[in-house]
Design a protein around this ligand. Structure first.
Ligand SMILES: [Zn+2]
Length: 192
Protein backbone atom coordinates (compact mmCIF):
# COMPACT_ATOMS: atom_id res chain seq x y z
CA UNK A 1 0.00 0.00 0.00
CA UNK A 2 2.88 2.35 0.84
CA UNK A 3 4.47 1.80 -2.56
CA UNK A 4 1.16 2.47 -4.26
CA UNK A 5 0.58 5.78 -2.50
CA UNK A 6 4.15 6.94 -3.10
CA UNK A 7 3.80 6.11 -6.80
CA UNK A 8 0.55 8.02 -6.89
CA UNK A 9 2.01 11.13 -5.21
CA UNK A 10 5.00 11.05 -7.58
CA UNK A 11 2.62 11.08 -10.50
CA UNK A 12 0.68 13.96 -8.97
CA UNK A 13 3.77 16.18 -8.69
CA UNK A 14 4.72 15.56 -12.32
CA UNK A 15 4.60 18.56 -14.64
CA UNK A 16 1.22 18.80 -16.37
CA UNK A 17 1.26 17.67 -19.98
CA UNK A 18 1.28 20.41 -22.62
CA UNK A 19 -1.84 18.73 -23.97
CA UNK A 20 -3.66 18.90 -20.62
CA UNK A 21 -7.12 20.33 -21.22
CA UNK A 22 -6.59 20.25 -24.99
CA UNK A 23 -7.07 17.58 -27.57
CA UNK A 24 -3.80 16.56 -29.16
CA UNK A 25 -5.25 17.21 -32.57
CA UNK A 26 -4.24 19.35 -35.54
CA UNK A 27 -6.13 20.64 -38.54
CA UNK A 28 -5.37 18.87 -41.82
CA UNK A 29 -4.04 21.23 -44.51
CA UNK A 30 -5.91 19.32 -47.23
CA UNK A 31 -9.34 18.38 -45.87
CA UNK A 32 -9.42 20.86 -42.95
CA UNK A 33 -10.66 18.20 -40.55
CA UNK A 34 -9.46 17.99 -36.98
CA UNK A 35 -7.26 14.90 -36.73
CA UNK A 36 -4.44 13.09 -34.96
CA UNK A 37 -1.69 12.45 -37.55
CA UNK A 38 -0.81 8.77 -38.11
CA UNK A 39 2.89 7.99 -38.27
CA UNK A 40 4.04 5.95 -41.28
CA UNK A 41 6.85 3.62 -40.29
CA UNK A 42 9.17 2.01 -42.82
CA UNK A 43 11.51 -0.71 -41.53
CA UNK A 44 11.10 0.55 -37.97
CA UNK A 45 11.91 4.15 -38.86
CA UNK A 46 9.25 6.92 -38.86
CA UNK A 47 9.10 8.36 -42.38
CA UNK A 48 6.16 10.78 -42.23
CA UNK A 49 2.81 11.40 -40.57
CA UNK A 50 -0.42 11.52 -42.57
CA UNK A 51 -4.03 12.59 -42.12
CA UNK A 52 -6.15 9.49 -41.30
CA UNK A 53 -9.04 10.85 -43.37
CA UNK A 54 -7.50 11.93 -46.68
CA UNK A 55 -3.93 10.59 -46.43
CA UNK A 56 -2.31 13.98 -46.97
CA UNK A 57 1.22 14.23 -45.59
CA UNK A 58 1.36 16.25 -42.39
CA UNK A 59 5.08 16.04 -41.43
CA UNK A 60 8.13 14.39 -42.96
CA UNK A 61 10.74 13.05 -40.57
CA UNK A 62 14.39 13.34 -41.62
CA UNK A 63 16.03 9.99 -42.35
CA UNK A 64 19.12 8.84 -40.48
CA UNK A 65 21.22 9.69 -43.52
CA UNK A 66 19.73 13.19 -43.73
CA UNK A 67 20.34 13.71 -40.03
CA UNK A 68 23.93 12.54 -40.49
CA UNK A 69 24.55 14.82 -43.47
CA UNK A 70 23.01 17.75 -41.56
CA UNK A 71 25.39 17.10 -38.70
CA UNK A 72 28.25 16.45 -41.14
CA UNK A 73 27.90 19.85 -42.83
CA UNK A 74 27.37 21.74 -39.59
CA UNK A 75 30.10 24.30 -39.03
CA UNK A 76 31.77 25.02 -35.74
CA UNK A 77 33.94 28.13 -35.80
CA UNK A 78 36.59 27.44 -33.21
CA UNK A 79 40.38 27.42 -33.01
CA UNK A 80 40.35 24.52 -30.52
CA UNK A 81 41.11 21.88 -33.17
CA UNK A 82 43.97 24.01 -34.51
CA UNK A 83 45.49 24.29 -31.02
CA UNK A 84 45.30 20.51 -30.57
CA UNK A 85 46.86 19.84 -34.01
CA UNK A 86 49.60 22.42 -33.30
CA UNK A 87 50.35 20.68 -29.99
CA UNK A 88 50.73 17.29 -31.74
CA UNK A 89 52.94 18.90 -34.41
CA UNK A 90 55.09 20.41 -31.62
CA UNK A 91 55.28 16.94 -30.00
CA UNK A 92 56.64 15.41 -33.21
CA UNK A 93 58.99 18.40 -33.55
CA UNK A 94 60.32 17.60 -30.09
CA UNK A 95 60.90 13.94 -31.12
CA UNK A 96 62.76 15.22 -34.21
CA UNK A 97 64.89 17.58 -32.08
CA UNK A 98 65.68 14.94 -29.41
CA UNK A 99 66.60 12.37 -32.10
CA UNK A 100 68.92 14.91 -33.78
CA UNK A 101 70.56 15.58 -30.40
CA UNK A 102 70.80 11.77 -29.94
CA UNK A 103 69.00 12.00 -26.60
CA UNK A 104 66.53 9.43 -27.95
CA UNK A 105 67.41 6.80 -30.64
CA UNK A 106 68.44 8.31 -33.97
CA UNK A 107 65.87 6.06 -35.75
CA UNK A 108 63.08 8.20 -34.25
CA UNK A 109 64.19 11.16 -36.40
CA UNK A 110 62.27 10.03 -39.52
CA UNK A 111 59.10 9.63 -37.43
CA UNK A 112 59.61 13.08 -35.91
CA UNK A 113 60.16 14.72 -39.33
CA UNK A 114 57.18 12.93 -40.90
CA UNK A 115 54.84 13.70 -38.00
CA UNK A 116 55.78 17.35 -37.69
CA UNK A 117 55.41 17.96 -41.46
CA UNK A 118 52.02 16.18 -41.71
CA UNK A 119 50.56 17.81 -38.59
CA UNK A 120 51.99 21.25 -39.43
CA UNK A 121 50.36 21.01 -42.88
CA UNK A 122 46.98 20.03 -41.38
CA UNK A 123 47.39 22.67 -38.68
CA UNK A 124 47.87 25.35 -41.36
CA UNK A 125 44.86 24.03 -43.33
CA UNK A 126 42.71 24.14 -40.17
CA UNK A 127 44.01 27.60 -39.24
CA UNK A 128 43.30 28.90 -42.76
CA UNK A 129 39.77 27.42 -42.74
CA UNK A 130 38.89 28.78 -39.29
CA UNK A 131 40.35 32.23 -40.14
CA UNK A 132 38.18 32.52 -43.28
CA UNK A 133 35.09 31.32 -41.36
CA UNK A 134 35.93 33.64 -38.46
CA UNK A 135 36.24 36.71 -40.75
CA UNK A 136 32.98 35.82 -42.53
CA UNK A 137 31.24 35.48 -39.17
CA UNK A 138 32.60 38.83 -37.95
CA UNK A 139 31.07 40.59 -40.97
CA UNK A 140 27.93 38.39 -40.86
CA UNK A 141 28.69 37.27 -44.42
CA UNK A 142 27.97 33.86 -45.86
CA UNK A 143 31.40 32.21 -45.96
CA UNK A 144 30.45 30.54 -49.26
CA UNK A 145 31.45 33.77 -51.10
CA UNK A 146 34.79 33.80 -49.36
CA UNK A 147 35.43 30.21 -50.40
CA UNK A 148 34.37 30.93 -54.00
CA UNK A 149 36.85 33.84 -54.06
CA UNK A 150 39.57 31.60 -52.57
CA UNK A 151 38.94 28.92 -55.21
CA UNK A 152 39.05 31.58 -57.96
CA UNK A 153 42.37 32.92 -56.66
CA UNK A 154 43.76 29.36 -56.48
CA UNK A 155 42.72 28.67 -60.11
CA UNK A 156 44.24 31.99 -61.25
CA UNK A 157 47.53 31.19 -59.49
CA UNK A 158 47.63 27.83 -61.32
CA UNK A 159 47.17 29.59 -64.68
CA UNK A 160 49.65 32.40 -64.06
CA UNK A 161 52.35 30.54 -62.17
CA UNK A 162 52.99 26.99 -63.38
CA UNK A 163 55.65 26.52 -60.72
CA UNK A 164 53.10 27.09 -57.95
CA UNK A 165 50.55 24.60 -59.35
CA UNK A 166 51.74 21.72 -57.20
CA UNK A 167 51.46 23.81 -54.02
CA UNK A 168 47.90 24.80 -54.93
CA UNK A 169 47.08 21.11 -55.55
CA UNK A 170 48.61 20.07 -52.21
CA UNK A 171 46.77 22.89 -50.40
CA UNK A 172 43.46 21.91 -52.04
CA UNK A 173 44.02 18.28 -51.12
CA UNK A 174 44.75 19.26 -47.50
CA UNK A 175 41.60 21.38 -47.35
CA UNK A 176 39.47 18.51 -48.70
CA UNK A 177 40.92 15.97 -46.25
CA UNK A 178 40.52 18.55 -43.44
CA UNK A 179 36.82 19.04 -44.26
CA UNK A 180 36.21 15.25 -44.32
CA UNK A 181 37.97 14.74 -40.97
CA UNK A 182 36.19 17.76 -39.43
CA UNK A 183 32.85 16.50 -40.75
CA UNK A 184 33.33 13.12 -39.09
CA UNK A 185 34.50 14.77 -35.88
CA UNK A 186 31.46 17.06 -35.71
CA UNK A 187 29.01 14.30 -36.72
CA UNK A 188 30.45 12.01 -34.04
CA UNK A 189 30.41 14.64 -31.28
CA UNK A 190 26.78 15.57 -32.11
CA UNK A 191 25.50 12.00 -32.13
CA UNK A 192 26.41 11.44 -28.48
ZN1 LIG B 1 -6.97 15.33 -44.36
Amino acid sequence: MATFSSRLSRQDTRKPSVFAGHHATVICNECNRSMVPRVVVYYGRPVKSVCPFCGATFTRFPSGLQQFSQRFSKKIVSFDAFKRIALVAAGFGLIWFLATMEIIPREMEALGIFGSIVFSAFGLAELFYQTIEFIAKQFSHNSRYYWSATALIAIMIMYVRDDLTRYVVIASFLMIVRSILAGFAVARSQSH
